[in-house]
Design a protein around this ligand. Structure first.
Ligand code: PHE
Length: 494
């Protein structure tokens, strides 16, 4: 980053910003979470809803966060405080989210590193043994900690090089490599026998598959993949020069994220469909373990190509995970440095110590600390952190932000900021979406009710009567429709 002032720096250009924000966005969320959710919720139907949310709510919130960051030149706490001390709590609340996500993100990053290593050194059959390899590894304690530490060390090393020399450069290499590799694997996957039926399942919406759960999961996925509601995009916006066009930047960020998720689905869903034979089988087998248990079995069926496909696939997932963990560690560092007034170096050291210790704790949650089952039978510390951040804190943070901008500082404040360097023809639509979008946050509560990504969360859901579940789940959708109608967007949401 080119130091324009002593304390604060700016991206070296629009490309660097778009690339870094897209790199933060494209991560395990696109590579690991999206394909299993798409597989689980009927392929094309989920894809369609995700598309709609990314380009409406996702885009609106991206613009909100980046323009707030640029206007104030501060990361999240300072950005809210700039409008009055009493609003700082929103920033503080939001800033806690990356601190909760980063340790468990690195644990999963460690799993990916292990699989890459596994494909390099062992025969592909060893990884395709129906789940023993995976559970043996995550419960191993020492071994899984070592792989997590390797993943963390790569992240810390790049962040320590600085935003310009480390993060921007790493993204400049890893992002294009990732897209090229993903496209190559996707094309290969589509040539497999039976993949065309799988492609139809993945691309063509089946409207009978619509459900409140599907809608809520697609909305949650939008928040998670676009790295929203946790201060990251505020921080990234704060590094922006006034001359950068925000509207086109956020469209490019959202477009890239959607594109890579689409590709990830193309790599995984049709091939899994071909291997398992039907959409229902795919849906039944998909869950968080899709990438680590089912996919190695799909690869094994490829015979001689299994090793090379396995290696290329996990390299690209590793790249995606790394570019996101970079952004998480960078954000934590910048929050500490802005908040405590410490140097970048000191703040980074504190972040590293914290992330490493917490990561070890999360990891031990599968071995010596596995008696801690905070979300019910069989759940882990990782489940708890994922739940607190994604299902509780992020929805509340998004709600607070929308109320703050929509009703307190007023959308016009940020519209003026966007207009410093871009035409913003949809300003009216945007402000209505921001004012009413808050409602989507009911997602947080209904998500808690409907979500079953980790069996344990479903456990909470099971305790509520079905009627109540349905009611809660449909609430955000109804509210959205009202807001959308006012924005003249009714048909889009339908
Ligand atoms: N957006 C990232 C992904 O999809 C996850 C992430 C969340 C990264 C928050 C940074 C911050 O994997």
């Amino acid at each position: 980053m080119s130091e324009t002032t002593k304390s604060r720096a700016t991206w070296s250009g629009k490309l660097a910003f778009v690339l870094s924000a897209a790199a933060s966005a494209v991560g395990l969320g696109s590579m690991w979470r999206f394909p299993y959710l798409a597989a689980k919720y009927g392929g094309g139907t989920f894809l369609l809803m995700y598309f709609v949310f990314v380009f409406t709510i996702g885009l609106a919130l991206l613009l909100l966060e980046t323009s707030l960051g640029r206007k104030t030149g501060q990361s999240s706490i300072g950005a809210f405080k700039a409008f009055g001390k009493k609003y700082a709590f929103i920033g503080i609340f939001m800033s806690a989210v990356p601190f909760i996500i980063v340790p468990y993100y690195c644990v999963i990053g460690g799993w990916v590193t292990k699989y890459l290593f596994g494909y390099i050194v062992t025969a592909p059959e060893a990884l395709a043994d129906g789940g023993n390899y995976f559970s043996g590894f995550i419960t191993s304690g020492a071994e899984s900690i070592i792989f997590m530490l390797i993943f963390m060390a790569l992240t810390y090393f790049i962040v320590a090089l600085g935003v310009n020399k480390g993060i921007e450069k790493a993204n400049l290499i890893m992002m294009p490599a990732l897209i090229v590799m993903a496209a190559a694997v996707a094309i290969y996957a589509l040539t497999l026998p039976g993949a065309m039926d799988g492609l139809a399942y993945y691309l063509i919406p089946d409207f009978s598959k619509f459900s409140p759960e599907l809608i809520i999961s697609a909305l949650g996925q939008t928040f998670f993949t676009l790295s929203l509601a946790m201060g990251i995009m505020v921080t990234y916006g704060s590094y922006l020069q006034k001359s950068t066009k925000l509207t086109s930047s956020v469209s490019q960020i959202a477009g890239t994220t959607f594109g890579v998720s689409l590709l990830a689905g193309l790599m995984i869903v049709p091939a899994t469909f071909a291997a398992l034979g039907s959409g229902d089988a795919v849906a039944q087998n998909s869950g968080p373990s899709l990438m680590f248990i089912i996919l190695p079995q799909v690869f094994e069926n490829l015979g001689g190509a299994a090793t090379i496909i396995g290696v290329v696939f996990f390299v690209l997932v590793l790249f995606a995970a790394l570019t996101s963990s970079l952004s998480l560690v960078e954000t934590c560092t910048s929050i500490i440095s802005d908040g405590a007034g410490w140097s970048r170096k000191r703040s980074l050291i504190v972040t590293i110590v914290y992330v490493t210790l917490m990561g070890v704790l999360v990891n031990l949650g599968y071995s010596s600390l596995s008696f801690i089952q905070p979300m019910g039978e069989g759940s882990s510390i990782l489940d708890l952190l994922d739940f607190i951040s994604n299902s509780v804190m992020m929805p509340i943070a998004a709600l607070l932000t929308c109320v703050f901008v929509g009703w307190i500082i007023k959308p016009q404040t940020l519209i003026d900021e966007v207009r410093v360097s871009a035409r913003f023809r949809l300003a009216n639509v945007w402000s209505v979406v921001i004012k009413y979008i808050c409602a989507c946050d009911a997602r947080g509560y209904s998500d808690r009710v409907c979500r079953s990504d980790h069996g344990s969360v479903q456990h909470v859901a099971d305790q509520l009567p079905a009627r109540l579940r349905g009611l809660l789940a449909s609430f955000p959708f109804a509210y959205l429709a009202i807001g959308a109608r006012r924005a003249g967007l009714f048909f889009v949401f339908l």
